[in-house]
Structures are given as structure tokens and as C-alpha cells.
Design a protein around this ligand. Structure first.
Ligand code: SF4
Ligand code: SF4
Length: 116
């Protein structure tokens, strides 16, 4: 049912840079795996591991993000960067960053689903 809910993306980027500085990495599962992945897929070399969350998932950051929140490789940025903000994050329990100025607006309210 969750996947049937459409979200409309509203707002604009305020260039806070949080989505480039703190990325939760559900795969790979360890720092070693991450290094291996960067060897196999060079586009991941721009990211570095900066910590782990309470569940042990890696938190990574992009080495390229500038102080002003702009991406110096914007035209060639990886797919995960192009996809953000992705409404599908909601379906897997994710959300937007606190400082993100985008909003994901459900196109149908929970109450209207109950009525139907
Ligand atoms: S490549 Fe650009 S858009 Fe992607 S995380 Fe790095 S700075 Fe951000
Ligand atoms: S978190 Fe949102 S507002 Fe901040 S840089 Fe990313 S897209 Fe822009």
C-alpha cells in the first residue's frame, strides 16, 4: 500500500550540502566492503567513510562538496546524487534531511485512505 502513495516534491535546494556530507550507506556492510566497492566502481572513490549509525550502517561523505554547498562535478554526478530527493526513501523508512528545504507531500491523506 505504501508504494501506491504518490508524493509530490515541492521546494528548492537551499545548498545546505547535508545530502552530500552525510549519506547513509545500507550496502556495502563494512569499511572493507566499501573500499572494495570503490576499487570495482571508481565513481565511489569520491566518497569516504566518516562513521556508523546506531545499527552499524556506514555513514559516508563526498570529498567533492564545497563549502558553499555546490557540487564541482554536477554534470557528471553519480546516479544516487541525481536521484535525491527520492520519494522512494519514504518507503524504506527514510526521510529528507532536517535542513533540506524540499518537501514530500503525500497526494492522498491517510484519512482519505481510511474512508476509501
Ligand atoms: S558528487 Fe556532487 S552531488 Fe554527489 S555527493 Fe558529491 S558533491 Fe554532492
Ligand atoms: S539536503 Fe536538500 S537543501 Fe540541502 S543540499 Fe541537499 S537537496 Fe539541497
Amino acid at each position: 500500500m505504501l508504494e501506491k502513495i504518490d508524493y509530490k516534491l515541492e521546494g528548492h535546494c537551499n545548498k545546505c550540502g547535508d545530502c552530500c556530507r552525510y549519506l547513509l550507506c545500507l550496502e556495502p556492510f563494512s569499511k572493507f566492503d566499501f573500499k572494495l566497492m570503490a576499487l570495482l566502481f571508481p565513481k565511489y572513490k569520491r566518497f569516504k567513510v566518516i562513521g556508523e549509525d546506531y545499527s552499524g550502517n556506514l555513514i559516508i561523505a563526498c570529498n567533492l562538496i564545497k563549502e558553499d554547498g555546490l557540487c564541482p562535478d554536477y554534470e557528471k554526478r553519480p546516479g544516487i546524487c541525481r536521484a535525491y530527493p527520492n520519494p522512494k526513501k519514504i518507503y524504506s523508512g527514510g526521510n529528507l534531511y532536517r535542513r533540506c528545504s524540499y518537501k514530500l507531500i503525500p497526494q492522498k491523506t491517510f484519512e482519505s485512505y481510511l474512508k476509501d
